[in-house]
Structures are given as structure tokens and as C-alpha cells.
Design a protein around this ligand. Sequence first.
Ligand SMILES: Nc1ncnc2c1ncn2[C@@H]1O[C@H](COP(=O)(O)OP(=O)(O)OP(=O)(O)O)[C@@H](O)[C@H]1O
Ligand SMILES: [Mg+2]
Length: 300
Amino acid sequence: MQDLINNKKFLFFGGKGGVGKTTMASSTAVWLADQGYDTLVVATDPTVSLSAIFEQQIGETEVTRIKEVKNLCGLNINPKKASGVFQARLNHMVDELTGMFGKEVMSTPCAEEMAAFDQFVSYLNSDEHDIIVFDTAPTGHTLRELSMPFDWANYISRQLQNRLVLGKLLNIKVGGDTLDNLNIEQKRYENAIKILADTKTTLFTLVLLAENLPIEETARAIENLSQLKINVPALIINEIIPTEVLKGNWFLEKRRSTQDRYLDIIGKRFKDLYKKEVPLFETDITGIENMRKIGKILYG
Ligand SMILES: Nc1ncnc2c1ncn2[C@@H]1O[C@H](COP(=O)(O)OP(=O)(O)OP(=O)(O)O)[C@@H](O)[C@H]1O
Ligand SMILES: [Mg+2]
């Protein structure tokens, strides 16, 4: 997988709940920092998963230096707080116009994810770190929802612009700040999508288990992202039972043969994607030492 992350600036790890996104993102960040890159790992998780895996408190607004790893910082964006900021910005824009989409947008089920993504965006233009690793990639669904208000913004802004011309002719004052704000938001969103879709700077990796539901979810995510021209080149298949531990144990053998069946399906269904298997560890993954083990498996 090392080839895939070479020269990238943004690494996104996505996937179904509990499949190992935080584990893979954090281990990747540790590996990169160990290689000498100034690395930031960002999570947008209502829980404190980053703090748990790094076994230290990680800030919600200020990036926190990871004590045991040189070159590594972490940030745990709080989606609830982020959604406050996002909502305020949208509302400000919208209130001045029509109230056409502000409130409805904020009551969609993924409003928090949208807000979190909006916070991602502010890091996309930052030059403070060599590489930023995102625990939890925005899904195609989130991105489309996010695009909605800005499509509206675009629409309204065009309407306003037309009226501006008309207004000028008739000597009526329309727009002003609002029009500029709309344009800024529109650009911000377009720029974010452009960066996400740019395979030179960005890598999307989906994490899954060799099980039915994660496979379906992965297929859906790939399809949704592809509609936004965002490519997913790599899959990490996590928690594969190592064959050396089977030793005739019927239960483990049965589990592993089930995994083999799904690995076969994954191979066929995601034929063109790079795939990396990560073994099931005998414990959960916390602490730098475990993350270094995973990093070694992923990148050598
Ligand atoms: N290969 C592995 N072997 C053993 N335990 C693992 C492995 N990968 C992940 N785990 C454990 O599985 C649990 C879920 O992993 P993780 O928190 O990385 O998933 P996640 O996708 O980020 O979950 P969420 O969707 O809740 O954010 C954690 O307790 C983690 O330590
Ligand atoms: Mg997580």
C-alpha cells in the first residue's frame, strides 16, 4: 500500500461502523510520522476514539501533539459544536435571502456529518502539515447533501446577478454582501470536491470486514462517491483470522472458512481495487506499539 500513499496530502479512511476506520487512520498517521512527515490525524467522531487509541486527551478545537510520536498531531472535531458553526454560517447567508433551505438542510439526518465535513474543508487548504489523515471519509451521500445548499446558493446567486443587472438598469439596489458570501460558499464547496476527486493529492481507502453487510456498504459507498467523480482505489479487509491459530479448532476454522468465502466475493466484486488484508489481533488495538504493528502490515 506504500505506493498508494506516496506523495499524497490527504488520506481518507471510510467504511461501516466498527470495521476499523479509527485503527487504520491512526496507524497510518503513526507510520507516516515515523517516516518523518509532519502528520495530522483528524477524527470527526462524537465519541473519543482518537483519545482512546492514542491513550491521551486529544483536543476538539486545538491540534494536540501526540506525546510518544514525533511529528504527529491529532484533532477530534466535535460534530455537535461544528454543526453550530456551520448552521450559523448557513443561516446568516440564507436569512438575508429567503430562508429557502437553511432550516430544512439542518434537520436532515446527516447534518452533523455535513458540518463535520465543512470543518474538514477548512483543513484542505492548510499548509501546516505535510499530510492529513482523516478518520472517517465523507460518504457520497454526505457530499451530495452538502452540495445541495450550495447548488441553491449558486442558483440564487445567478438569480441575484440577473436582477443586479436589471437593478442597475432600473437603478435599484440588490445583493451586496450576500451575493459575495454565496459566491465564497460555492467556491469553498467546489474546491473541496475538486481536492477530494484529485487522485494526485488525495487517497480514499475503505475499510471493511469479510462479511456480507460491510461488502454491500462498500459497494454502495464506491458507487455514491463515483457519482461525484471521487475514486476509491484501495480496500483494507480487516480482522482476518490468521491461519496459524486455527490448529484444528472447529469454531475458528468455520469462522475462517466463512471469511474465505467473503474474501472470494470481495476479490470478484472489487476486481480492480488494491486490497490489503489485516489480521485479527488477539487484543483490541490501542497504544502506539499496536498501531506500529498495523502500520508495518499496511506499509511495510
Ligand atoms: N485487526 C484488529 N484486531 C483486533 N481488534 C481490532 C482490529 N481492528 C480493529 N479492532 C478493534 O475493533 C474495534 C473497532 O475498531 P475502530 O474503532 O477502529 O473502528 P471504527 O470503524 O473506527 O468504529 P466507529 O465506526 O465506531 O468509529 C476497536 O476496539 C479496535 O481496537
Ligand atoms: Mg472510529
